[in-house]
Design a protein around this ligand. Sequence first.
Ligand code: ADP
Length: 161
Amino acid sequence: MRALYPGSFDPLTLGHLDLIERSARLFDSVMVAVLQNPSKQPAFGLEQRLGQIRSATAHLSGVEVGSFDGLTVDFAARSQAQVILRGLRALSDFEFELQIAHTNHSLAPQVETLFLATAVHHSFLSSSVVKEVARFGGDVRHMVPAGVAEDLTRLFNRTSA
Ligand code: ADP
């Protein structure tokens, strides 16, 4: 069975990566796909985010990396995924994620949404928290893959220069 893990990944965190590693053990293949969301202004461009995910997942077999715009259920159909994966960190994620899952179900009942609980030691992590810490010079090496930590340093050194 094939799963689609969609998200902004702006940038990829160790919480995302943990979810990818665990789902790679559950499914024959996992497509990690960056959603190009026109209503969001990402800190990292699409190609950079794809590169971050590719290098952080290079050790995993069965993991593919891609991008899409438009509806997630349409991309799930195009990429032949039967399952959409999402992560749940806390109750605060639940209401929004449930609404999206119901919406997707109403559009494409053949695609199931599955939620994986975040690893407890990563449950405080979000891309925005990581960017906030990095912006003010904090150490993010325990929050993101090494390549992403370097990209964050570069991004905020340049911005503050
Ligand atoms: P989106 O803008 O689609 O929410 P994100 O990149 O923020 O994109 O998140 C993508 C998915 O990863 C979501 O299902 C989110 O709940 C999950 N996620 C975010 N942070 C973590 C984390 N620390 N651990 C596990 N899953 C996470």
